[in-house]
Design a protein around this ligand. Sequence first.
Ligand SMILES: NC(=O)c1ccc[n+]([C@@H]2O[C@H](COP(=O)([O-])OP(=O)(O)OC[C@H]3O[C@@H](n4cnc5c(N)ncnc54)[C@H](OP(=O)(O)O)[C@@H]3O)[C@@H](O)[C@H]2O)c1
Length: 322
Amino acid sequence: MTDSDRSAPALAVTAYGRPARFEVIERGVAAPGPGQAVLRIEAASLNPYDLTIASGANDPDGKRLPLVMALEGAGVVTAVGADAVDATGREVRVGDALFGSFGGAAAGLVTVPTAGLFRRPAEVDAGEAAGLLLVGTTAEHALETVVVREGDTVLVHGASGSVGSLAVQLAAQRGATVIATASVGHHERLRGSGAIPVIYGDGLVERVRELAPQGVTAAIDTVGTDEALETSVALLDDPERLVSIANFSGAVQEAGGRVIGSGPGADPGREIRAAARPRLVEARVAGAIHVPIARRFPLRAGADAYAFLADGHAGGKVIIEP
Ligand SMILES: NC(=O)c1ccc[n+]([C@@H]2O[C@H](COP(=O)([O-])OP(=O)(O)OC[C@H]3O[C@@H](n4cnc5c(N)ncnc54)[C@H](OP(=O)(O)O)[C@@H]3O)[C@@H](O)[C@H]2O)c1
């Protein structure tokens, strides 16, 4: 490592809360150990779960402060430890462009294990690569849970969001008809992904019935509202074909549906998600799917980036570019 690689700026939460206090700090960079590499980060992807972390819910004593944010990133290798290989087992070298999931991605430099990381070809934007895997695997897990296939009519709640957008694209590719709830400003993009957009809010059941008089055969809730649950139950013949990624109240299971992810009572689906990762990378490299980028912020505007995300209507990934 060169001297300039020994410390770097990083976006950290320095006081937990909603909103939390975010600051750019200067942080030492560890030399890479076996199976590790140092990445010069090109893009870090923010997720709503970051806001739970920044609230302090996972660290009641504040022992992890200052905590560098973001759980996914893309960057270029500047130093490599012994035996570092990527997710396909290929040797990692200085200059390789890699992306994937790792803590503290909102930083100029970060030392990470490489075994779960994928290679980014030049034609795939670093922000899209940084934002692909968490939302893509969640969308795939949702589709697998309710077994979406050709001939289905799938209702996706929150379809303009990061997970929703991927769920729409992947469901359409499986040959399903997709009805997509979103605010009107996002309808054009959803039409472009092959979905039939519809505004959420009062009267949603009737609006969806007009589009699908026979009802829907599967429903994916990425929002977690009572409306998403009640609408799905009203329109589905089989409540087992409802899956939520955002309603952890127990009400979805009581209604006969399923909940996935890392919340209470949810199916983590580790194997399904692990199997989906290489397929998603392949699909993105082939241009078969796209990750919508809502906005890119420089590291110094990290607090603004999190405020934009917290607003809940970004319409795609929020990216930090150090
Ligand atoms: N369980 C898991 O494994 C897992 C994994 C990833 C994320 N999540 C959770 O899933 C949720 C979505 O994540 P994300 O990354 O897709 O978030 P996101 O990109 O911020 O998208 C949120 C979307 O929700 C829509 N929305 C907001 N209020 C709504 C309402 N009242 N009714 C219907 N739609 C509404 C917005 O659409 P408009 O802007 O068009 O209004 C927005 O596009 C978050 O709660 C996140 O924590 C869970």
